[in-house]
Design a protein around this ligand. Structure first.
Ligand code: WTA
Length: 648
């Protein structure tokens, strides 16, 4: 019998082997630890050529019963959720499993009262407040499909996502606090709603108390709660019913609405959460009972926003399915000062801390080493996600935060994979700086050369692919299955292609080397080049543009734009034009996609078939011009010298 928790390297090896030898038997045993309304008839059916993947066929469940109801008996009074507000003086809020359950049921009834039914899509555009977690779970409670849009996206990005999924209801807030700033979410939402005919009702939470007026078909969250009770039976869902849609950038075209389903996603996020972080649910934890909170067990904190997959899987679903105490933070690492993360760790006695390399680099860059000013002795596991972590950042994290005694789990995964794919298991399998290390049970990675041949043996370097389905693989792109097939299953036959390159050391540890497509990861956010170029090209005097990434100390990568103008003499004020271009990007996508550098040029290097050679631009932007390769076959080789001469 497979045990849910892996406690030693030997157990990892055994579990991994079992998951390869007989994946169905392996996942069947893991899935039996959950509450199902009806058992599945078949564990797995799959065909990557279509592609079609079915886990736990005919199984019936509701994920919120697994995240909430089943904990009520034994740990109803333990803390499920800790909310740490932007302003530390506002004071944290604690929600027991009972309280969270009651809030979710109540809000689920609000949704029902607003005509939301199973299968309807609900867009959530909210700050990082407890009501966001409640809203997500309330959707799941009644079988509505949530589509959370990160509250940093612009009105036009929001409306594109609402329209793509034809959402019926929008949940938003008057505004959101982020450090010293307030994001005017309601104003942005109103602007988006001008072009969203499918939204029937908007429910608005009061958070910042700014002056907003409700328009037609808009209601206050708190008013809605007045007329509902907290009795809401969970909708019975098929294992393969949609749980949520979450958008991720592609290298071309509009964002892809990745679809995740109920059963496999629940099983995989819960299993990986427990094992990667080695979260301990024991009644008394290592430092004895803590009377300042009702929870005697580990406190886990993931700093991501619920607007991203990391927040979905490892703030909400994975931890709650384990009966864990999960912390959510509304603010930013720099407010009131760069000690805030460590202040929160000390205050809430955080045991597992999960963040992004870009945050680690920003903190490591400060003149004061704030981490030294706080008591971090409760930390047991550190984690990173979202982009490759460089050695310097890894060392700083290890030395100053972990004090050399906390394992660091470098977790590689994607919006599309739903859960962590390659990572060490804290303290159980070995970590290795800058390596994600070993695949989790059930994950079968391979390295391919450019023709798609599997590279056997170690060490090796190539294109990463996965050759067998795992339970939380995205099932499709909402409304565009063909695109799902083209992007992920067509590059290499019978394999899932994530878009990353990797190498494997002599012991089989994986290190992710970065994207092999036109997605650029800036501060841990995936940005496709095409949508940014489209935004720039809307400027009336821009002819063409090409975006590449270049190395940046804190953000990992920053964006460099090469722009040609319709009439080269048409502007003398380049600075003003740069501001206008970034303004367009902010409006179309959001401030996260702004360019750090914009170079105007008379031409972009192109192949004879007219394709922009981004490879050359990438090298110029990174100041690696000594090996540009052969440029003589270009249509317009002369522009390369001009671009090099004027590089910023
Ligand atoms: C990158 C975030 C190196 C990778 C969960 C992937 C990483 C993309 C790591 C997905 C890591 C994520 N090391 N690179 N530990 N984790 N990535 O969809 O390029 O926001 O394909 O999901 O981030 O980003 P996404």
């Amino acid at each position: 019998m497979q045990r849910f928790q892996i406690n030693s390297y030997k157990e990892y090896e055994k579990a991994y082997q079992a998951s390869i030898d007989n994946p169905e038997a392996f996942w069947e045993e893991i899935a039996e630890s959950f509450v199902w309304k009806k058992k599945w008839s078949k564990v797995l059916e799959w065909d990557f050529t279509k592609p079609e993947v079915t886990w736990f066929k005919d199984g019936k469940l509701n994920i919120t019963e697994n995240c909430l109801d089943r904990h009520l008996k034994d740990r109803g009074n333990e803390t499920a959720l800790i909310f740490e507000p932007n302003d530390p003086n506002e004071g944290a809020q604690y929600f027991t499993y009972k309280a969270l359950h009651s809030k979710v049921c109540k809000f689920a009834n609000v949704l029902k009262a607003n005509n939301v039914k199973k299968g309807d899509r609900v867009c959530i555009y909210m700050p990082m407040v407890p009501e966001l977690t409640v809203a997500v779970l309330a959707c799941a409670r009644i079988g509505a499909v949530h589509s959370v849009v990160f509250a940093g996206f612009s009105a036009s990005a929001l409306s594109a996502r609402i329209n793509d999924a034809a959402c019926k209801v929008l949940l938003t807030a008057d505004g959101g606090f982020r450090g010293t700033k307030i994001t005017p979410l309601k104003d942005i939402a109103d602007q988006a709603l001008e072009t969203c005919p499918t939204i029937q009702t908007t429910i608005v939470l009061k958070r910042v108390n700014n002056d907003v007026t409700l328009l037609k078909n808009q209601v206050w969250w708190h008013d809605q709660l007045k007329t509902v009770d907290d009795n809401c039976p969970a909708e019975i869902m098929d294992a393969e019913d949609m749980l949520f849609i979450l958008y991720t950038s592609g290298s071309t075209g509009k964002p892809k609405g990745m679809v995740h389903t109920c059963g496999g996603y629940m099983v995989y996020t819960a299993y990986t959460f427990r094992n990667v972080f080695q979260y301990s649910c024991s009644k008394t934890n290592d430092f004895g009972r803590d009377y300042t909170r009702s929870s005697p067990k580990d406190v886990y904190w993931c700093t991501a926003d619920i607007g991203w997959i990391t927040g979905h899987s490892y703030i909400v679903y994975g931890p709650l399915a384990n009966g864990a105490t999960t912390l959510m933070f509304e603010g930013v690492p720099s407010y009131p000062d760069y000690g805030r993360f460590w202040d929160i760790c000390e205050k809430h006695k955080v045991n597992q801390f999960y963040t992004a390399p870009t945050a680690i680099r920003a903190l490591a860059k400060q003149d004061t080493n704030y981490a030294d000013n706080y008591n971090l002795k409760h930390l047991k596991t550190l984690g990173t996600v979202g982009e490759p972590i460089n050695l310097e950042a890894w060392n700083w994290y290890n030395d100053y935060v972990g004090k050399g005694k906390c394992p660091i789990v470098d977790t590689w995964w994607q919006t599309e994979t739903g859960g962590i794919m390659i990572s060490s298991l804290a303290g159980v399998t070995k970590d290795k700086p800058t390596f994600a290390t070993l695949p989790l049970p059930g994950v079968q990675p391979v390295l391919l050369d450019t023709d798609g041949t599997i590279i056997e043996g170690n060490p090796a370097e190539g294109i990463l692919a996965i050759q067998f389905p795992w339970p939380s693989i995205a099932r499709t792109i909402y409304g565009d299955h063909q695109r799902y097939k083209n992007v992920y299953f067509s590059a290499y036959k019978n394999k899932y292609f994530p878009g990353d390159g990797a190498l494997r050391d002599a012991s089989g540890n994986y290190r992710i080397t970065g994207r092999v497509d036109d997605v650029i990861i800036v501060s841990g956010h995936n940005l496709g080049t095409a949508p940014i170029e489209d935004a720039i090209n809307e400027h009336p005097i821009v002819a063409e543009s090409a975006i590449v990434g270049f190395p940046h100390d804190i953000k990992g990568n920053a964006l460099y734009g090469f722009v040609t103008l319709k009439d080269i003499g048409s502007t003398s004020d380049q600075e003003a034009l740069r501001l206008e271009i970034n303004q367009l990007i902010t409006e179309q996508i959001g401030p996260i996609a702004k360019l750090d550098k914009i170079q105007f040029t008379s031409g972009l290097p192109k192949t004879r078939s007219g394709k922009i050679m981004r490879r050359i631009l990438r090298k110029i932007a990174a100041s690696e011009t000594d090996n540009l390769g052969d440029t003589s076959t270009l249509l317009n080789p002369e522009c390369v010298q001009e671009i090099m001469d004027n590089v910023l």
